[in-house]
Design a protein around this ligand. Structure first.
Ligand SMILES: C=C(C(=O)O)c1ccccc1
Length: 369
């Protein structure tokens, strides 16, 4: 029987434990370039078995929130090199989340003030974080997107490939393809955001096509053992929805099983919300993946506490558990979970934007003693 605190192989990497730091957007990288504060933040959390960085846009077109770090500028790759080097020096492992937001963006963030792109021209009932003319940050309604022409898709696949190569050049141990939370890949997957009538729309096979082509582009560039993917079958995040998610996501993971990926990261329920917002067979999803020969580490997320995480791994329901908010306020979360020590509360007012306050100034157990 495995424990949450046992090591685990993820691709060729040996992780010290089965606790992952989930991707957390913090909006603290002006100019889309990782900075010294980001280095400190990730270094502080290096005791996680695996850190998965905040969403990291593959291009400016893929950017939907102000001041998030990208992987499309040479200076950004240099900045990420300092992050990965610090995490590795502290004994940690780190993956970068490759992100294209699709329609969850704002014209002020897009190249030339253009409309964001999406599978179909359907505006999201959602908001994104922008910087106003006076320099203040604020959440604003997402802009009306335009539908991608099928001729544009190979270019976006090339953007993913290039970003995956840049990630390896920057020293990351793996990449996580962001296919969750109503962003571009998820917009292709869900019938309510994908009204295409070409080879990327309509049937389940067509709607999973783009996700699979992204996986293929990245696996062919950096290898399956350094590639993971994040999915969120029933989340309503960013106005995502599908009338029948079980067959859709079972078909997706069955297709993924043939790529020998390093990990599958599953958000169970509504992201950051109820775990039972919609009926879904989570064990059935994993069983469908394993039945097709899928061997990837099965990582689960959303609302896990110490007891539920320990049970998930000991029962074999999951191989790893990722924590988001708890890592914001507890840089030494692994030690605290091991010792069943008190946890710092996170300050929601400093989640997005700002500086060290609520980012790098949370105390460790040692400092609290
Ligand atoms: C990257 C995000 C996601 O995966 O939902 C995100 C972005 C902004 C705020 C919260 C979360």
């Amino acid at each position: 029987m495995s424990s949450l605190f046992d090591p685990i192989m993820l691709g060729h990497a040996t992780l010290a434990n089965r606790i992952a730091m989930a991707p957390l957007t913090r909006n603290r990288s002006p100019g889309a370039i990782p900075n010294d504060l980001n280095v400190t933040y990730y270094e502080q959390r290096a005791s996680a078995g695996l850190i998965i960085t905040e969403g990291t846009p593959i291009t400016q077109q893929g950017q939907g929130y102000a001041q998030v770090p990208g992987l499309y500028l040479p200076e950004a790759v240099e900045g990420w090199k300092r992050v990965t080097s610090a995490v590795h020096s502290a004994g940690g492992k780190i993956a970068v989340q490759l992100w294209h937001v699709g329609r969850i963006s704002h014209t002020s963030l897009q190249p030339g003030g253009a409309a964001p792109v999406a599978p179909s021209a359907i505006r999201a009932k959602s908001k994104t974080y922008i910087i106003n003319d006076d320099g203040t940050g604020a959440f604003a309604d997402t802009s009306e997107p335009r539908a991608l022409d099928i001729s544009e898709i190979p270019g976006i696949l090339e953007d993913y490939r290039r970003a995956a190569r840049a990630a390896v050049d920057a020293g990351f141990d793996a990449v996580e393809i962001h296919a969750a939370n109503g962003y571009l890949i998820d917009q292709f997957l869900r019938a309510d955001t994908n009204h295409r009538t070409d080879a990327y729309g309509g049937s389940i096979e067509n709607r999973i096509r783009f996700a699979i082509e992204v996986v293929e582009a990245i696996v062919n560039e950096i290898g399956a053992d350094r590639t993971g993917i994040r999915i969120s079958p029933v989340t309503p995040a960013n106005d995502a929805s599908d009338p029948d998610p079980q067959p859709l996501f079972n078909a997706l993971v069955e297709k993924l099983a043939s790529y020998d990926l390093a990990f599958i990261h599953v958000i169970e329920g509504a992201t950051g919300g109820p775990r039972d917002n919609l009926p879904f067979d989570w064990a059935g999803l994993k069983a469908a993946y394993r039945a097709k020969g899928g061997k990837a580490v099965w990582m689960v997320n959303n609302g896990y506490d110490r007891e539920l995480a320990i049970e998930a791994v000991e029962s074999g329901r999951a191989d790893m558990v990722s924590f988001g908010k708890l890592f914001i306020s507890n840089p030494d979360l692994v030690q605290r979970l091991k010792e069943n020590a008190p946890l710092n509360e996170a300050d929601r007012n400093t989640f997005y934007g700002g500086g060290a306050e609520g980012y790098t100034n949370y105390p460790t157990l040692a400092l609290s003693a």
